[in-house]
Design a protein around this ligand. Structure first.
Ligand SMILES: Nc1ncnc2c1ncn2[C@@H]1O[C@H](COP(=O)(O)OP(=O)(O)OP(=O)(O)O)[C@@H](O)[C@H]1O
Ligand SMILES: Nc1nc2c(ncn2[C@@H]2O[C@H](COP(=O)(O)O)[C@@H](O)[C@H]2O)c(=O)[nH]1
Length: 215
């Protein structure tokens, strides 16, 4: 059976640069993360492609998927549903590949409950003014929605303490380097949950004794 892949969860307020940092990291190469495409009821932005940026679905479809237990996590964020389809994450991790989720904080905490062996990283802006400038600069939301997202950001930033790591996105390249360092270190750490190495070593000794190797 292949070793299970690593689950990386990147959260942070809307506009902090999660997508930008993730794309820069993937473009640089040297990592082989499988990006989990989220499902949402929000309307596609100009240039967004169904099945690449998101699975864009109706509210009815999303709610059906919740009822049938197909979502690993989901949240309502500023009037829309966003969530992670479970099957892709499960299958990909089981095949030994690493999975990258880019999701907001309430969803991330649901994942943490279900998969505590994941690595949870919170991307922060240098300050709220920079965050607002990034959202305005992106030009994808109305000022009303931007203000709602900033309001939400204040609550989200307070949840940073529930993460394993906080990374400041002051400069994209620096943020990428910091995330790479975290992943490098995480690959060396004793697993938090599974497998239990101590138990594995103990059971190996017993097996070897049973096989007469210690005799
Ligand atoms: N370090 C940075 N310095 C300046 N601008 C940045 C930085 N990182 C990202 N940006 C810009 O900020 C805007 C928002 O970035 P991005 O769309 O990646 O954010 P996001 O966190 O993925 O947002 P959302 O959660 O809404 O999808 C973009 O216009 C991007 O170019
Ligand atoms: N809980 C989840 N949050 C998600 C998911 N996919 C994206 N998001 C977050 O939603 C907001 C808004 O996104 P936008 O594309 O409308 O700007 C942002 O914080 C995303 O990270 C998901 O699957 N689950």
């Amino acid at each position: 059976m292949p070793k299970r892949g690593m689950l990386i969860v990147l959260s942070g307020p809307s506009g902090v640069g999660k997508g930008t940092v993730r794309k820069a990291m993937f473009d640089q190469g040297g990592t082989d993360f499988q990006y989990s495409i989220s499902m949402t009821t929000r309307q596609p932005r100009e240039g967004e492609v169904n099945g690449k940026d998101y699975f864009f679905v109706s509210k009815e479809t999303f709610e059906h998927n919740i009822e049938t237990g197909e979502m690993l996590e989901y949240a309502q964020y500023v009037d829309n549903y966003y969530g992670t389809p479970m099957q892709y994450v499960k299958d990909t991790l089981a095949s030994g590949k690493d999975v990258f989720l880019e999701i907001e904080v309430n969803g991330a905490m649901q994942v943490r409950e279900k998969m505590p062996d994941g690595v949870f990283i919170f991307l922060t802006p240098p300050d709220l003014m920079a965050l607002k400038q990034r959202l305005v600069g992106r030009g994808t939301e109305t000022m009303t929605v931007i203000n709602e997202r900033i309001h939400q950001a204040v609550t989200e930033i307070k949840m940073m303490r529930n993460y394993d790591y906080a990374v400041v996105n002051d400069k994209v390249d620096l943020a990428v380097d910091r995330i790479r360092e975290i992943i490098r270190a995480e690959r060396l750490r004793v697993p938090r949950v599974y497998p239990d190495y101590a138990q594995m070593l103990e059971s190996k000794q017993v097996t070897e004794t049973e096989n007469g190797k210690d005799a």
